[in-house]
Design a protein around this ligand. Sequence first.
Ligand code: CAA
Length: 275
Amino acid sequence: MYGADISNTHPDSRWQNEPGSTKANRFRVGAVADVVGRTALVTGGTRGIGAAIAKALRDADYAVAATYHGNDEAAEGFEAATGIPVFKWDVADDEACAAGVAQIAATLGPVEILVNNAGITRDAMLHKLSSEQWRDVIETDLTACFNMCRAVIPGMRKVGYGRIVNVSSINGQKGQLGQTNYAAAKAGLLGFTKALALESAAKGITVNAIAPGYIATDMVAAVSQKILDGIVAQIPVGRLGRPDEVARAVLFLASDEAGFITGSTLTVNGGQYMT
Ligand code: CAA
């Protein structure tokens, strides 16, 4: 957990780094050189889609760190079950992001893959939406992406390599009743992604977005069953997506091999909305 000594939390000794360790001394014989040694950071990485992304990256031999903010119990369970170190901070807080990224760099290595996944909903029709519900969602779902990118981009520019994947949403593409805040934040991520992709392309850094549809997570489970049944009826594949189906798409965009893909939005929504 952030602030604690996490240097020996991973059951696999290849991630038990000495302070000041470098990519070179973390290299593992027999592994894929391009991947081993790269550090990936997944925000909101202990539950739902983020947890699936963190596990997929770990399974692909990245050194992974996962952040969370609220649910200590889930985070501790995730860390114990996966061996992926977890760090606690509020991604809406820019100073906390800078400090957290620095701590992960010191323990696992400089962050070369950033997945901005942390997100919340505060659904209400606009005429009932409070300023607080608006602000919470914009800060956590959009400003946090700025905070995290600003924390990692200087390091990525310095080494000439980086992969940033921003988790947007189908509802940022098409809008959704009750989600003016969330749709605005998630649409904002798409513009942010394209602008940062342009700024970063010549530096070996790609910046892409994923737009998941309705995925079987706690966030979607919060929608009433009646409304959810109506939504599932609009999904041509005929079911909710699974977190691992989104993770697979993120893994692809995070790979070295995806170096010619930048500024794009990859849709994973069972055909519910085709752009
Ligand atoms: N399409 C069309 N009309 C809808 C609708 C829909 N999806 N959902 C509700 N309505 C209608 C209702 O029938 C109702 O109409 P009447 O007044 O004529 O009866 C009107 O809109 C108001 O709806 P509610 O009675 O539900 O109003 P409420 O204030 O109790 O609740 C709400 C509003 C909280 C927004 C609720 O409608 C809701 O939860 N909607 C679903 C929002 C949603 O899809 N959230 C996604 C969460 S998951 C996520 O965000 C992950 C992701 O990236 C996909």
